[in-house]
Design a protein around this ligand. Sequence first.
Ligand code: 2P0
Length: 333
Amino acid sequence: MTTATATAHANIALVKYWGKRDAERMLPATSSLSLTLDAFHTTTTVDLTDGADVDVALDGEALTGAALTKVQRFVDLVRGRDDVDPDVARRGARISSANTVPTGAGLASSASGFAALAGATAAAYGLDLTPRDLSRLARRGSGSASRSVFGDFVVWHAGDLEDPERGDLTSFAEPVPAAAGLDVAMAVVVLDAGPKSIGSREAMARTVATSPYFPAWVQHTEVDVREAEAAIAAGDLERLGDLAEASAMRMHATMLAARPAVRYLAPASLEVLDAVLGLRAAGTGAWATMDAGPNVKVLCAREDLDAVARVLADSGRRRVIPARPGPGLAVTR
Ligand code: 2P0
């Protein structure tokens, strides 16, 4: 097959991934757990060409510089595999990608982006991978992309910590079984859709290297992942929400302790966190999480989504995107 198209949806971590133990193999310091959302997705088409070059257009604009290199390296990883036919491996690719995620705004565009790229590139170069192996492949493009291969609740295992080769084989994502009746949603409060102050990859590396809180972060996160899985299996949204908010706050505390500090929280973010506290004080289950940007995502019951979104919008002062659980990676050849 010489052309393939794939669609992947963004995911938001409820128990966060922050820090790598092996940057070359893209192995995380901890496991993490996420919710795939229906509201943001990336669709990517990979067409093999007769020449060897790889060019990429994102939303109609040619990618250049470091962003292009990142995609080219990923394609090289696929073409360099033993299971790709050598005649096919020599071919280049024309890649076009369309995003409904505001790029670089902490809305996880790299997650849907690299999951879609993994699905389309593997298929175009003739590979027939299992979802688990697609997840391992997507991880090499961007860690959080491993989770976007699956829909709904997803856990990404840190994998074998002792041996990097075994780590590469065992660090993949998979679905988390949820109790029937656990109907969740997320209100995404978009505070700034512009590019972020520091990329998450560099910010993670700085946190690992300089934050004295990082070891405590690693220790707590493994416990949080197991508790979140248990809360999802039990259908306990309050427990899950409490864990999710705590994980986000601890992640930001850990990065604030780096030198120089990594700070994504903006004054407007803190206002939203106050609004979430207000919702809870008024008896509505709502829990905040934040990623590598100022936006705040608020987990709630699906039946409360409209009311939560209305309060967070604050009479039209803020842009709120309502989101529900979304599907996993879909590939068409
Ligand atoms: C997450 N984030 O778990 C965490 C929480 C942001 C904050 O994964 O270096 O683009 O490509 O593996 O996945 C964003 O970082 O980083 C991220 P790389 P990625 O969703």
